[in-house]
Write a protein that binds this ligand. Structure first.
Ligand SMILES: [Cu+2]
Length: 198
């Protein structure tokens, strides 16, 4: 599964369970408040040691929590497992822009150009302070740390332009630390790659 779908599935699953429980618990609570109000039920019953009930309300929430963990974990593994043959590009964060370095030493600033139909692996680092590489359309968000290599990957499936932002407050120019991802055809990519860096 493409990690984008994996992350979305985890999001909707957890949201769905949460909304279901919110309404389920609220409805039951309101029903009990009305049904067991003091005028109708003056003496409260004192129920103790109902083992069946206690086992039930321990096991069911445990299974729900584990199922949320499972969808979260599998989607996370999707984000962390880079397919073989991914195209690797170096990413350097600096105050306040993104530098992308390609195989043939070509560098571009704030413009990441990749060919359609390929898995792209980004090897991310920072030349100064902490930054964070955020590519929301592909559910990618990874810290850029000086002296450390982190990575992210995504599958370049649809042609188009996508936003890249720094999402770790890194100084006065943080809000202008924006870049664009351009997914272009293989041919366009190769032409662009051979152009002189500006
Ligand atoms: Cu930054």
């Amino acid at each position: 599964m493409n990690p984008v779908q994996g992350v979305d599935l985890a999001f909707w699953y957890i949201l769905g369970v949460s909304v279901f429980l919110l309404f389920g618990i609220t409805i039951v609570m309101v029903y009990f408040v009305v049904k067991y109000r003091r005028s109708k039920n003056p003496v409260a019953s004192d129920i103790r040691d109902n083992y069946k009930l206690e086992i039930f309300w321990t096991i069911i929430p445990t299974l729900i929590a584990l199922s949320m963990f499972y969808v979260g974990w599998t989607s996370y593994m999707g984000l962390r497992t880079v397919p073989d043959g991914a195209l690797e590009i170096e990413v350097e964060a600096q105050m306040f822009s993104w530098i992308f370095i390609y195989d043939n030493e070509k560098e571009s600033e704030n413009e990441l150009v990749v060919p359609q139909g390929r898995a792209i692996k980004l090897n991310i680092t920072s030349t100064d302070v902490l930054h964070s590489f955020f590519l929301p359309a592909f559910r990618v968000k990874v810290d850029a740390v000086r002296g450390m290599k982190t990575y992210a990957w995504f599958f370049a499936d649809d042609l188009g332009d996508y936003d890249i932002q720094c999402t770790e407050y890194c100084g006065m120019g943080h809000s202008e630390m924006l870049a664009k991802l351009h997914i272009v055809s293989e041919k366009e990519y190769l032409t662009w790659l051979e152009e002189e860096s500006d």
